[in-house]
Write a protein that binds this ligand. Structure first.
Ligand code: NG1
Length: 529
């Protein structure tokens, strides 16, 4: 390490005095103007991580669904997963080190994590469309450069595209080509093959309106459109040419407010969806003939995919273990439907994709979705090998066709992380193959009315939780108060937890009617503030 160069470059990216940040559920996230030093230092960390695991590491500059003024950064591990938890602490230490401690902090990390400083390092960089992202990704590059790492800057990409590139690179192309064309070709080929097997025709079936949250999704969908089969008709809204990123639109807005985004003209019964700002989440919805808005969230997406996969697995006659992974925010109706009607085991884990991803890896087929529309499906290596073998060699026509569909699903799904583009194509293919309308999909079960609120408290860390965040252990008495409230309502459930991405406490409640929810979510009483 050239300590003079480190000092010089670091002084170009000074840390604001007294500022401390934490690598949370989604990396670092805060106001963009506070992040320059963090970006530089994450460039440094990516080089160290790359040397430690002798693989390419990804860095994505984005604050996903947060307001345009925010920004953030997260590291992507070799197979496209989130950064290993043991390194989150190093990230926090490096981001918070004072200027004069920087070199020492790097040395300590290298010792603790057994980093061989003489190894080569390779980093892939991507960024979203925020006005601050370009400059911040330059700061990342400075960090990589000063420690002598090689890098490839993909420029504007969706977060899941960057995860995909990293995985392709580290699997020597087995997962696909580490280029945008490679991504578009792989997904569109699998999608085209899948819908060839569908009997449904007619334009309306494949016509979809997409709210792109004024983010990267619009740009990437436009690039991908020429690869789509001609039956797939998409119309893009909130494409970033006029509105502000994530402002009154996008998947998070639609889910939280349970209303349509601004700027999308919705006709009765038309199928619509929203991406979030970096296109890793997707939410569907429609308006019925009476003007009533219907939200189809991540739980219903997980359910649709599970129904489809379960049928195919039954057809191929393999005893592959399938499960669904959810968080505490999953609507109670979805859990009941999956467990009692579909008879698929459901597991609940802590909020944050890394927890869901990790749990889903335990099964042959692990479907995971957060209610907010972030999710994907993981296939074990053994399951994938078996399915590909059956798709090629199985003599029984029906079984072989089912195996082929599964094989195309494997190729269509971005298994590295939740991906709005890939999930959208999966959903569109399933709806076409099962000849389902959006209304029929919605009617699979009825959501329990629910509310999700956030409140600011003096110190959100006073709340500590257990049981996959469904019960509060501190402050004393809080859980008892929630229990007493919940007891008064039918089919009710409520919990409180500190956010991992914002300085707020989130409150969730569901019950059999909307009025009871309004009563139950009296924030002062529930939060004891
Ligand atoms: P926090 O802020 O910890 O609730 C939010 C989302 C998560 C996840 C992360 C990362 C909710 C209730 N929480 O986490 O599901 O997506 O952001 O983006 O939507």
């Amino acid at each position: 390490m050239d300590s003079e160069a480190l000092k010089k470059y670091s002084s170009l990216h000074p840390k604001p005095a007294g500022l401390t940040l934490q690598y949370g559920t989604a990396g670092f996230r805060t106001k963009a103007e506070q992040l320059d030093h963090v970006m530089f230092r994450m460039g440094l960390l990516a080089v160290l991580r790359s040397k430690a695991v002798a693989s390419t590491i990804g860095i994505m500059v984005t604050a996903s669904h947060n307001p345009e003024e925010d920004n953030g950064v997260k590291l992507v591990d070799p197979l496209g997963e989130m950064l290993h938890p043991s390194w989150e602490e190093y990230a926090t230490q490096l981001a918070n080190a004072e200027e004069n401690e920087l070199q020492q902090t790097i040395t300590v990390i290298c010792q603790k994590a057994a980093v061989n400083q003489h190894k080569d390092a390779s980093v892939f960089i991507g960024r979203d469309t925020r006005p601050s992202s370009e400059k911040l990704s330059q700061s990342v590059i400075d960090g990589i450069f000063v420690l002598g790492g090689q890098y490839h800057d993909y420029g504007l990409v969706t977060t899941p595209q960057l995860h995909y590139m990293v995985c392709c690179q580290n699997t020597q192309g087995q997962y696909g080509k580490a280029t945008l064309e490679g991504y578009y070709e792989k997904l569109s080929k699998a999608f085209t093959e899948l819908i060839k097997q569908s009997s449904s025709s007619g334009e309306s079936q494949k016509h979809l309106k997409i709210d792109c949250a004024n983010g990267i999704g619009a740009l990437k969908l436009s690039e991908m459109e020429p690869y789509f089969p001609k039956e797939m008709l998409i119309q893009l809204y909130n494409d970033g040419t006029k509105g502000k990123l994530n402002h009154l639109c996008g998947a998070d807005f639609v889910k939280v407010h349970q209303k349509p985004p601004r700027g999308l003209d919705m006709k009765p019964n038309e199928r619509c969806c929203s991406f979030d700002g970096d296109a890793d989440r997707i939410i569907y919805y429609y308006q019925d003939a009476t003007g009533l808005f219907h939200l189809i969230d991540g739980d219903k997406i997980a359910t649709l995919i599970s129904i489809f996969l379960k049928e195919l697995l039954a057809k191929v006659g393999q005893t592959l273990k399938m499960a669904v992974v959810q968080t505490a925010y999953a609507n109670g109706s979805s859990t009941r439907y999956l467990e009692e009607t579909l008879k698929v085991p459901v597991h609940c884990v802590k909020t944050g994709v890394k927890h869901l991803h990790h749990k889903a890896q335990e099964f042959d087929v692990g479907v995971y979705f957060e209610a907010n529309g972030h999710g994907t499906v993981l296939f074990s290596k053994a399951a994938e090998t078996k399915i590909r073998e059956l798709a090629k060699e199985e003599k029984d026509n029906e079984k072989r066709e089912a195996a082929k569909m599964l094989e195309n699903m494997i190729d269509l799904i971005n298994q590295t992380v939740g991906d709005a583009v890939s999930d959208m194509l999966v959903i569109e293919a399933i709806l076409a193959l099962k000849s389902l309308t959006v209304q029929q999909w919605d009617a699979v079960y009825t959501d329990l009315p629910n509310r999700l609120l956030k409140i600011q408290v003096a110190d959100r860390r006073v709340i500590d939780t257990t049981d996959a965040e469904r019960r509060a252990v501190t402050p004393p008495g809080l859980q008892e108060k929630i229990d007493a409230l919940v007891k008064k309502y039918k089919l009710s459930r409520a919990f409180v937890r500190p956010s991992g991405t914002e300085d707020v406490v989130r409150i969730y409640a569901e019950a059999d009617t909307q009025n009871r929810i309004a009563e139950a979510v009296d924030t002062k009483e529930a939060a004891g503030t």
